[in-house]
Design a binder for this molecule. Structure first.
Ligand code: AMP
Length: 227
């Protein structure tokens, strides 16, 4: 039982926001490798130092390191009934490594949700994306989720001034999009062959409209919310 979902999509397509909404609706943990790496960066850990250069340039952190982090995270008790993988896997080697891990855990992925947004729109979305440097919450000044108060984090007890992520700047965005097209997007075929891919055209779709589409697709595939 349980529900295991992979979110696939270019940086800025909205997968983090949708993963967060799915996690809340289905009572599952959202496992974002990008968030894990940024937390280590903020806290200045050894891992943070190891991954800093990759994050700054928009390159992928090496597969072995990334897969080890995910394997470790999945050991936590909150993953027993499922999880939403947000930003992992991002290469063929990671997808295969995840399959081996799933086999060991006697689990399977239920759906791979691809949020499909054209490159030109991605660049626009990333330039208006803002995030909280303290708690990591993500907003978009043009596409939503919108902060209630001008460029301040809404989360209870936070209220920090929102910033643009270092890697959401134009030069890094282009590199991240290139990496996405060359290394990440091809894994859609891997999952398509397994019959798991649900691709959603999301150009100009708002947060709520996209979430309704995802829920409808999941319901069609037999996934239901646990209350
Ligand atoms: P994200 O917030 O998902 O866009 O991730 C930010 C950065 O973290 C990426 O540009 C990569 O440098 C790194 N990263 C996140 N997830 C992965 C992954 N699955 N494999 C390799 N690098 C990753």
């Amino acid at each position: 039982m349980g529900l295991r979902i992979i979110m696939l999509g270019a940086p800025g397509a909205g997968k983090g926001t949708q993963a967060q909404k799915l996690a809340a609706a289905y009572h599952l943990p959202q496992i974002s490798t990008g968030d894990i790496f940024r937390k280590h960066l903020r806290e200045g850990t050894e891992l943070g130092k190891q991954v800093q250069g990759y994050l700054q340039s928009g390159a992928l952190v090496p597969d072995e390191l990334t897969c080890a982090i995910v394997a470790d995270r999945l050991q936590a008790p909150d993953c027993a009934n499922g999880y939403i993988l947000d930003g992992f896997p991002r290469s063929q080697a990671q997808a295969e490594s995840l399959d081996r891990l799933l086999q060991e855990r006697n689990e399977k992925i239920d759906a791979v949700i691809e949020i499909d947004v054209p490159d030109a729109e991605i660049i626009e979305r990333l330039s208006t994306r803002r995030s909280c440097p303290v708690c990591g919450a993500v907003y978009n000044l043009k596409f939503g989720p919108f902060p209630h108060e001008d460029e301040k984090c809404d989360r209870p007890n936070c209220g920090s001034h929102l910033v643009q992520r270092d890697d959401d700047r134009e030069e890094t965005i282009r590199e991240r999009l290139k990496v996405y097209q060359q290394t990440t997007r091809p894994i859609r075929e891997y999952y398509e062959k397994k019959g798991l891919l649900m691709s959603i055209p999301a150009s100009r779709l708002g947060v709520e409209a996209l979430f309704s589409k995802i829920e409808a697709m999941l319901a069609q595939a037999g996934a239901s919310r646990s209350s």
